[in-house]
Design a protein around this ligand. Structure first.
Ligand code: GAP
Length: 572
């Protein structure tokens, strides 16, 4: 890599000491369009892309704040999303609507890119997966067969005084036990959060309790948290409600999460239908159609991306758990058997993890949660969640379940239709088993925003930016004419902008100093800024392309911009 000039601190935009030509890489030019930037001149996109610094190679540049994510609070994410037009609370002019969110101009692009990346990776790039797009409202018998009508519920407790409703498995109580004699003086009750916050809240409640009991300052044992599905009636009578601070909670009851609606003119029991709580059932009820109309052979998958609705008792943590969200699901049909599913399950876990890394989730923020025994849904043989370390704790990001033949069998029984598969090679008929990778679009978007959040310092100047992977970044390129009052320069920039816009979502910015424009682009995670300057038009010396994360710049011929960006954004 030929570095023409490093770390040139210039307040003026350019010092041009020679003629640039793109025939070879050796130059006697000094170029810099920003403070402490490295500008490297290349004659082809290929050379420039090959020389792009990896994080290991990077020798100098911004000083990263390694603690930025550890210190990040959810409120900051929510506010950043609103400020930058990524996500807004729904119906905000009417004071919002709990559990619903709207995607703004950048959020809509981000969402589209995330769904496209999933589809490209798991449908277009594989020969064994096809896609469908089913209706949201199915014949209600679907939900009887799938078990959702009887079993898709969460345990709920009500506060008799405040009328607030909580998910019993998200409220945790602990006895307050005196260190000295081991006797219990009462209970504390806190909402699920990260361990540190739960202990902090419980400690504050315990202090109040000891004061009421005139035992202020007494030492207590470490809290032993249990969720409220595990308490007896006798204990519940002593557990304070988080709303009233008095024992006013009911015992847990099941609450079905499906949203009901009525189809047709009649509003009676016969017209009740449901908004789908998952996209998976739309796949199962189309299994026969897909097998009959496509040339799929076991093992094969059917993918679907679409809206799902759950009347969550306590929608929480922004878009992590909302009442309307989108899912990206695949039902992967495999041969039956007690052992056959295991390698398929393993492979789907590995492929899912690889996809999450490919779209930019940091490896160190992901983990696994293997469900066993009671932790498994009744139909599942195995389920592994890929978890993500959100600011509010480590939580499920996606699940990869081995569902056996439960779904196809249930729909076959419910509909009276044969849903088996005929293997032409073995001449056998069987109901396939299923591996189901299931990922929430919105939950992934939250993880991507968290993972991309970065802070650093360049020459003493702090910046915070979103380090989105180019493939999912809402805006891929910002085109910046260096000045806005020199017609040929602006025209050249416009011409480039128009060409780039045919391929990607591109931003035009001609207002303010170049450094400010870079910052504006960094804030919304634009990976590349293309600057058209005087050299571009006067010396036919190409344009500079600045990399958001390293802030390094390459100067390449204008005709090489699209091939270069193709490589950097789309990988080819
Ligand atoms: N078909 C299986 C299924 O729906 P799930 O664990 O209930 O399984 C799968 O949901 C994924 O959907 C979750 O891992 C999560 O990413 C997303 N998800 C579930 N409920 C959600 C909610 N209320 N808000 C946002 N995303 C949700």
């Amino acid at each position: 890599m030929a570095i023409i000039n490093k770390s040139v601190a210039l307040t003026m935009f350019l010092t041009f000491q020679g003629v640039l030509s793109f025939g070879s890489i050796s130059r006697h030019a000094v170029t810099s369009t920003s403070r402490r930037s490295i500008v490297t001149v290349f004659s082809t996109a290929e050379q420039a892309a090959a020389a792009a610094p990896t994080s290991n190679e990077k020798k100098e540049g911004p000083i990263k704040n390694e603690q930025a994510y550890a210190n990040l609070k959810m409120e900051e994410i929510v506010s950043l999303c609103k400020r930058r037009g990524i996500i807004f609370p729904s119906s905000e002019i009417y004071n919002g609507f709990a559990g619903f969110f709207d995607y703004g101009p950048l959020g809509a692009e981000l969402k589209r890119n995330v769904k496209d990346a999933f589809w490209k990776n798991f449908v277009h790039n594989r020969e064994d997966v096809v896609g469908i797009d089913s209706s949201i409202i199915h014949n209600p018998i679907t939900w009887q067969s799938s078990g959702h009508l009887d079993g898709f519920s969460d345990p709920m407790v009500d506060c008799r005084e405040t009328k607030l409703r909580y998910r019993a498995d998200q409220l945790f109580c602990s006895p307050v036990v005196l260190e000295e004699c081991g006797s219990t003086v009462g209970f504390v009750c806190v909402l699920e959060a990260n361990d540190e916050d739960m202990v902090k809240e419980a400690t504050s409640q315990a202090k109040k309790l000891l004061k009421e009991k005139e035992m202020k300052g007494s030492a207590i044992k470490a809290f032993q948290f249990r969720d409220l599905t595990q308490v007896t009636e006798e204990e519940m009578a002593q557990i304070p409600s988080p709303g009233s601070n008095k024992p006013t909670l009911t015992m847990p009851r099941d609450f079905n999460l499906m949203f009901q609606t009525n189809v047709g003119a009649m509003q009676d029991a016969s017209s009740v239908a449901y908004l789908r709580p998952e996209t998976a059932q739309g796949i199962f009820i189309n299994y026969k159609n897909v097998v009959g109309s496509s040339r799929v052979k076991i093992p094969f998958g059917i993918a679907q991306i679409g809206k799902a609705f759950r009347n969550e008792i306590t929608p929480r943590n922004f878009i992590f758990r909302s009442r309307e969200f989108e899912q990206m699901e695949i039902e992967y049909f495999i041969p039956p058997g007690d052992e056959e599913w295991k390698p398929y399950h393993e492979k789907w876990i590995a492929d899912s993890r690889a996809f999450l890394e490919q779209v930019g989730l940091k490896d160190e923020l992901m983990g696994y949660d293997v469900h066993e025994g009671d932790g498994l849904a009744h139909y599942a043989r195995a389920c592994t969640d890929i978890t993500f370390k959100f600011p509010f704790g480590v939580q499920e990001l996606m699940g990869i379940a081995a569902r056996g033949d439960f779904d196809l069998k249930s729909h076959s029984e419910g509909s009276g239709k044969v849903l088996d598969y005929f293997d032409e090679e073995t001449k056998e008929k069987f109901i396939p088993h299923v591996i189901e990778p299931s990922l929430g679009v919105d939950r992934l978007i939250l993880a991507l925003i968290c993972s991309a959040y970065a802070e650093d310092e360049i020459n003493g100047e702090k910046r915070s930016y979103l380090s989105f992977h180019p493939s999912i970044a809402p805006v891929k390129v910002a085109v910046l004419p260096l000045v806005k009052n020199k017609e040929p320069l602006v025209e050249a920039a416009r011409d480039l902008f128009d060409k780039l816009s045919k391929r990607w979502n591109v931003q035009w910015d001609q207002t303010g100093a170049i450094g400010r424009r870079y910052r504006r682009a960094d804030e919304v995670g634009v990976p590349f800024c293309v600057t058209v300057d005087f050299e571009t038009i006067e010396d036919n010396a190409g344009v500079t392309i600045r990399d958001r994360d390293s802030t390094d710049q390459v100067r390449i011929p204008i005709d090489e911009v699209i091939p270069y960006l193709s490589k950097m954004i789309d990988g080819y």
